[in-house]
Design a protein around this ligand. Sequence first.
Ligand code: 3H9
Length: 698
Amino acid sequence: MTDKIAYSRHGDVAVLRIQNPPVNALGHAVREGLAANMDRAEADEGVRAVVIVGDGRAFIAGADITEFGKTPLEPHLPDLCNRIEASPLLVVASMHGVSLGGGLEVALSAHYRIAQPSSRVGLPEVHLGLIPGAGGTQRLPRVAGVENAIDIITTGRHIKAAEAAAMGLLDKVEEGDPQAVGIAYAEGLLAAGAARRPVSELPAPAPIDWDAAYAAVLKKGRGQLSPAQAVRAVQASVEMPFDEGLKAERKMFSDLMKTDQREGMIHAFFSERAVSNLPELKGVEPRDLKAIGVIGGGTMGAGIATAALLSGLRVTLLEMTDDAAEAARGRIAGNLSGALKRGKISQDKHDAMLNDALVVATDYDALKDADLVIEAVFEEMEVKKKVFTQLDAVCKPGAVLATNTSYLDVNEIAAITNRPEDVIGLHFFSPAHVMKLLEVVVADKTAKDVTATGFALGKMLGKVAVRAGVCDGFIGNRILSTYRTAADHMILDGASPFQIDKALTDFGFAMGPYAVADLAGLDIGWAMRKRLAPTRDPRERVGEYPDRLCEAGHFGQKTGKGFYIYETGQRGGTPNPEVMDLIEAERAEKGITPKEFTDEQIVRRYMAAMVNEAAKVVGEGIARRPLDVDMTLLFGYGFPRYRGGPLKWADLTGLPELLKDIERYAEEDDYFWAPAPLLKQLVAEGRSFDDLNKEAGK
Ligand code: 3H9
């Protein structure tokens, strides 16, 4: 008998209390314990009802994800659910915290469900590249209807108790100790002579237009398989007898379990948690964080200030003039009213943030009490140095001084102060109150507790914080610059920006690189190219047609024209034909005979460039682990989550084949395509990027 389940008797009610911290995942011992204790309750003289309840912070968070990919051990979860449902006793699930995936499936196998008002339920398997595999796709439509079931399963969203009750998923919502509430509910049901009520015996729900639902979900998922497959599983609940439907679900679940998408998404799940968990910061206490300063109130500074206000921090925003300060306040007010409209904050909170927690100022003295100051001023070294000299003069001892630079040398910025140990890079992504990624850029002299404070701030702001070392562009922008260059080379050689964007969105990227460039502003890349021009290696191959676009005043979305043309009121843009004229002119001038690229060739080269640069970034220690690169690309650059990140994709694709491709491309351009030493080493040793993650204590 396992100690994962505590059995207790309360009159004619038996309680099965799951004790598997932190979230009562349904590992082998829990499944075994639940089955054994159902047997025990049924054999226990006088027991008429069973209450299943979770210990600690959740009812059950689902199957134990760490067991995926290993040989499954009996009892399997679908069999356990059937066994619970088939019990001759009245079975009640009393839910609190979260009931997710297999956890909700256990609850759906009970005959009645009661939950705490604060609890949430959901079937989030699609976020792991799966569908529910223990009857969820068959039982949920029977209690909540097909449309609700498709919504819940294909989005994987968490549903609050009140909404779940309204759709028939819960029988009752009641505040109190979950065990006491569950026992009282079971006693009430027994007293009222309530019958067992197996969901599998409820009538099958009404059909819908399945092909239309499938197509809509497939499109929304940008190539992700599991949500669309979930529609087919729900279809089975309508068209097949219950047992047959269960078999169909099981088959789809097992097939998805074998896919790269499942591997990619589970890698993302664990890496998202591991990324902020740095061995070097074990036991290091962050500094106090209550009041922060932000310098510069443009889109970036206002976004950072908004994120900080939303997380409960006090913010002093510094601008150069009163007018600029008021304009910054206006931007923040706009951001906060968006949060209010979306129901993220109440009117009271909104007013308190804007009127009490935010101060705008024009004098550096206003920053003297700040615990941390982030500068988000013009991206030029001399400007940054002036700001840091002033910060050094006014900030209190121990204040963290952070720069939001996206590529400048943080060591050089730190060196201008008398306290380089307090200086760090905190690289936000625009809009900073929306984008999840935060690069914490650790300079040579940054103190450990300053790094820990950067991560603590990331956590407060709800960001995915990634540790990066100092180099041009850190992790994300450095890799972006390389894969964008690979794309530019393909354009000179015969592809079009529009074909490249399409091939990459088909691969699963949120946007292609040229649509992204238009969104960010083509002037940014132009300024960067001008900055790098004097130090450029003569072997470097640079496309000039983007400069021609900028010279003509076309900076992308903000000017209405870039690679695409943007009409007001229209979503997205249409290809700008002038771009092809510029490209063709450059090809002619350089004597390039254009060749055809297939979409597959485009993806292969683009990804090879990304992986090669990422391997250099890891090899040089700019990123500590491959998973740090993966999370940077996932949360800041629209990389498809279901592929896990570029280095997970590389592992799944095969490192030897990728290296061979890179060596082949190097025959055309050995400067750009010089293989990363780390990639060569891994191939020689027969190891993977994930081996490096594991060695780093993932
Ligand atoms: C499924 O159920 C399949 C079935 O349909 C069919 C099967 C046949 N397993 O996130 P946190 C760990 S698929 C193992 O930091 P929070 C997590 O790694 C499953 N471990 O806390 C972390 O470990 P550590 C469907 C799990 O409060 C610790 O618990 N269910 C699992 O921010 C705390 O987690 C899901 O997809 C698990 N299932 O969020 C739910 N869940 O401390 C996935 C968590 O070592 N889980 N851990 O880093 C979640 O969404 C969130 O973890 C949850 C808590 C909301 C539960």
